[in-house]
Write a protein that binds this ligand. Structure first.
Ligand SMILES: *Cc1c(COP(=O)(O)O)cnc(C)c1O
Length: 364
């Protein structure tokens, strides 16, 4: 009796074995651990949101398919609203795509080390994950894409339903090569999802390839360059059929009226966002130069973060030393092949200075 009961109240096996995804939220003065924008949204944004809030009919359900927001996003990219699927952060976008295209009996390919949530959300949705590996420079070699698809075909009769690339790749930093993108689009039998959360820092997108490949899905977010991580808003740019499938697994009225309105307002600030992005790219350059003069290995970066590995001091000790000085960076040691590496987000010039000074002290 008791056993049977415990069996029923336990979560399903794939959930029980799963570690939750989290990054420690420690209260510090300098937060450089989750790649957020260091500045609040552009001036005028909040006032404009307050104005718009006055016209929201709070007794009514919001526009279910977020028509106005999708029109705004489509205009931003020169596309049609039917090609835009918005959700509560790009993580929910990923979840919807996995619910619609993954699930039991299907698989998704990732190339480690990469964004942990691709693997994690796939597992949550019951999608089997196949892990390929990045090369010595943490790029994806086209031959590895071919190998992963081929071995999945041989073992399971069909290739992965979804193939994930992350460009620029989190946590290592660089954009995927044209060759790896081409290989994925030519060889993958299912969707090719390219997560472009950091694309504005790289200035090079795969978006133009959408016209040629219906299987290509591009993911964007308001959490990084837009300074709106708290808003929880992201979107996919995809074939209208893919957008339609994603909506079919989405809960009704998933985007609240406030969020839809705030997202539309944000789109008036494209220029301000571009200027901030330029400043962060300059900060990244300065940070990489300075790290090059310290006793650390540094990975090249096309994003708003930099991975580095202390050569003579254990990474855990450096991380703790920085926390004690109220500076939080991300310990990425747990990722495949990143033992001993830390990742730091490019903050304001003052935050970058504080980080560099504390790191120099940590390294003795
Ligand atoms: C930060 C990040 C996101 C953003 O997720 P949201 O749910 O939109 O906040 C998406 N993908 C990658 C690779 C990221 O690093």
């Amino acid at each position: 009796m008791t056993d049977r009961h415990e069996e029923l109240i336990a979560p399903r096996d794939s959930v029980r074995l799963m570690e939750g995804y989290f990054s420690p939220q420690i209260d510090v003065e300098v937060r450089l651990n989750v790649n957020e924008a260091p500045e609040p949204p552009p001036s005028g944004f909040l006032e404009a949101v307050w104005d718009l809030l006055g016209s929201v009919e709070f007794n009514r359900y919001p526009v279910r398919e977020a028509t106005g927001l999708r029109e705004g996003l489509a205009a931003l990219h020169g596309l049609s609203p039917e090609e835009i699927y918005p959700a509560n952060g790009s993580n929910e976008v990923l979840q919807s795509l996995l619910l619609a295209y993954g699930g039991s009996g299907r698989s998704a390919a990732v190339f480690e080390p990469t964004y942990a949530l691709h693997h994690h959300i796939a597992s949550v949705t019951g999608t089997r994950v196949i892990s390929g590996s990045r090369d010595a420079d943490f790029l994806v070699d086209p031959s590895e894409i071919e190998r992963v698809i081929k071995s999945e075909r041989e073992e399971h009769g069909s290739g992965p339903s979804i193939l994930f690339l992350c460009s620029p790749n989190n946590p290592t930093g660089r954009v995927e090569t044209d060759e790896s993108i081409a290989a994925a689009l030519e060889l993958a039998p299912g969707l090719v999802i390219v997560d472009e959360a950091y694309v504005q820092f790289a200035g090079r997108s795969v978006l133009d390839l959408r016209a040629k490949y219906r299987k290509l899905v591009v993911i964007r977010t308001f959490s990084k360059t837009w300074s709106l991580a708290a808003l929880r808003l992201g979107y996919a740019i995809a074939d209208p059929e893919v957008v339609d499938a994603a909506f079919r697994v989405t809960l009704p009225y998933h985007l609240d009226a406030f969020k839809q309105a705030a997202g539309c307002v944000a789109l008036r600030y494209v220029e301000a966002v571009e200027l901030r992005t330029e400043r962060l790219v300059a900060g990244r350059r300065r940070m990489i130069d300075a790290l090059g003069r310290l006793d650390v290995d540094v990975l090249p970066s096309d994003s708003n973060f930099v991975c580095f590995r202390p050569r003579s001091t254990p990474a855990g000790e450096v991380w703790k030393f920085l926390v004690d000085r109220s500076i939080l960076v991300r310990d990425v040691s747990g990722y495949e092949r990143l033992d001993g590496w830390l990742r730091v987000t490019v903050g304001t010039p003052n935050e970058v200075d504080a980080f560099l000074a504390a790191l120099a002290a940590a390294l003795g």
